[in-house]
Design a protein around this ligand. Structure first.
Ligand code: PLP
Ligand code: COI
Length: 339
């Protein structure tokens, strides 16, 4: 039986569910893993993750489709990205098949928390891995824990799909040749001061620039950017220091193959942003969140789509992507994983 939750009004916050998945790595191997009811992680005070942030994570969602199936969206891409993150942080990789098996077990065990079709809410799934044994010299752990939990969520930004107001940040999120292209918790620690600074100044989010020249658009703290030109071309920034978003890869495919639009991944200069017709942030949590205006140190860029509604191209991308995820529109081969 579904839990008695006011699905239409859940926010993007943590609600503890019944089960989570845990597997431990020791002596060079992962154990077989299991579901547990215990939501607490008990660690030694000197655990590598606590001292040196050896941690990476993922984020994906489970949806109830129109015909009542429970599905996840391209989970093998999250599994693969987590393997890349682990490698970059000198952690053992959690194999892709094990990731998918853990996901299936987790969602089945928490099926009563999967929001119903049409509620606007989804089940957010958070896989993560960290160095767990005591380490005092700066070196990687030798023991690790992989965990996966889930929580029902609503829209990431308050106000749902209303256009957001963001600012160009004076802080950098990632260094050239750093860890910006993997999903390491440390990247998010880097962004916490900056995001609170943006909020305190009345903005919803930051636009980070490339750290080397501070002339090119990178991404926000938790999503990639997409832009639409005045002649309906979809453009997204190319950079080695941003996270390769699953949502963005999917949107670019949808734009080209479903909507017949021209798409381009290329360096985007801050200087040219004022000439675009529409702007949005995309990610698992953000889905596609439209941006109405950008503050660049007092200079305001107000997109023609304005602050009242999504621009027409972003709206079509949003409808098509979410239609595919909810089983209303036929998906490309292999995108939908039925639990
Ligand atoms: N960029 C950052 C920094 C993120 O945290 C996320 C969220 O996962 C994304 C982009 C979007 O990636 P995805 O679409 O795979 O969720
Ligand atoms: C996601 O979209 O899954 C993210 O990880 C972004 C944010 C919640 C950290």
């Amino acid at each position: 039986m579904k839990k008695d939750i006011d699905w239409k009004n859940v926010g993007f916050s943590y609600l503890q569910t019944d089960k989570r998945y845990v597997s431990n790595y020791k002596d060079g191997a992962w154990d077989e893993g299991e579901l547990t009811s215990d939501s607490n992680v008990v660690l030694n005070e000197c655990a590598c993750v606590l001292q040196y942030c050896q941690e990476c994570f993922e984020g994906l969602k489970a949806y109830t489709t129109k015909d009542g199936k429970i599905v996840t969206f391209r989970p093998e891409l999250n599994a693969a990205r987590m393997m890349d993150s682990a490698e970059r942080l000198y952690m053992p990789q959690f194999p892709k098949e094990r990731f998918i098996d853990a996901l299936d077990q987790l969602v089945k065990a928490n099926v009563d928390y999967v929001p119903p079709y049409g509620s606007g809410a989804t089940l957010y799934i958070r896989p993560y891995m960290f160095g767990s044994n005591p380490v005092i010299g700066v070196k990687p752990a030798t023991e690790f824990q992989f965990r996966m939990f889930c929580t029902p969520v609503g829209p990431y930004y308050k106000g749902g799909i209303n256009p957001l107001s963001i600012c160009v940040s004076d802080f950098d999120r990632a260094a050239p040749h750093g860890t910006g292209n993997v999903k390491a918790g440390l990247n998010y620690a880097m962004s916490l001061y900056a995001v609170m600074d943006a909020h305190n100044r009345g903005f919803d989010e930051n636009m980070y620039l490339d750290a080397a020249t501070r002339t090119k658009v990178e991404e926000s703290g938790g999503a990639n950017f997409i832009f639409v030109t005045k002649d309906d071309k979809v453009i997204t920034p190319k950079s080695d220091s941003i996270l390769p978003s699953v949502t963005r890869r999917s949107i670019m495919h949808v734009a080209k193959e479903y909507l017949g639009l021209e798409v381009e991944e290329r360096e985007v200069y801050l200087d040219e942003v004022k000439d675009f017709a529409e702007c949005g942030m995309c990610g698992t949590a953000a889905v596609i969140s439209p941006i109405g205006k950008i503050d660049d140190h007092g200079k305001e860029i107000l997109f023609p789509s304005g602050m009242d509604h999504m621009g027409p191209v972003i709206q079509k991308l949003y409808d098509t992507l979410t239609g595919i995820q909810m089983g209303e529109i036929k998906s490309p081969e292999g995108w939908i994983h039925v639990i």
